[in-house]
Design a protein around this ligand. Structure first.
Ligand SMILES: [Zn+2]
Length: 203
């Protein structure tokens, strides 16, 4: 379950000169300005405007923004315009942005690594292969002869890219050593171009 919603934090408290609309006392009304923000699991996500109340210390009348007479509203707007949006209310937006950047960087690094290893495969390199949509398996390098790479295939297939790590966890005995497949390096490069090689693991 995702807990989300809005919260408000007090940002500014200021007494105003205007007379209280209820008891007519001057210098008696204070105005609170609140910053509202959306949160997910109480982590501030983004700001969503401000709100405020007025409170009179003489007669104790408390008015919400929509209950204030025009004069109080004006004072509120004045105080509000001098109140900045706190940077921390954007934490969630920053986190998501940072996550996207980290994701892109790690994808680029993986693509660069695959492009490099594919040209110089070594015994026991494990290729994560997309056989077709919803079918992934592992090929392990047995030997390399000139430009041909000989693989043994994993006995298992997973239907999700995220399931590949389960195949990796099954270890060496999950590879069918009885059959070896030869694939040329140019053919591997071609497979990589058409996104059939998800990753290459070298120990
Ligand atoms: Zn009052």
């Amino acid at each position: 379950m995702i807990v989300y919603g809005t919260r408000a934090v007090l940002q500014k408290t200021e007494y105003i000169y205007d007379a209280c609309p209820n008891c007519r006392a001057a210098n008696s009304v204070l105005i609170n300005v609140y910053q509202r923000y959306a949160h997910i699991f109480w982590i501030p996500f983004f700001p969503i405007g401000k709100t405020g109340i007025s409170a009179c210390k003489g007669c104790s009348q408390v008015l919400k923004l929509n209950q204030m007479p025009e004069s109080l509203k004006l004072s509120y707007e004045n105080i509000k315009s001098n109140t900045r949006i706190p940077v921390w209310t954007f934490i969630g937006v920053f986190l998501i942005g940072a996550g996207i950047v980290a994701g892109v960087v790690s994808e680029n690094q993986k693509a660069e690594k695959v492009g490099r290893l594919i040209l110089a495969p070594k015994k026991n390199d494990v290729f994560e292969i997309k056989i077709k949509d919803d079918q992934y398996t592992l090929y392990k390098v047995q030997k390399v002869e000139r430009d041909t790479v000989y693989f043994v295939a994993n006995k298992f297939v997973t239907n999700q890219e995220s399931g590949i790590s389960d195949l990796t966890d099954k270890g060496d005995q999950a590879f069918d050593e009885s059959t070896t497949y030869g694939i040329s390096i140019p053919k591997l490069v071609e497979m990589n171009k058409s996104d059939k090689i998800v990753d290459i693991d070298r120990k």
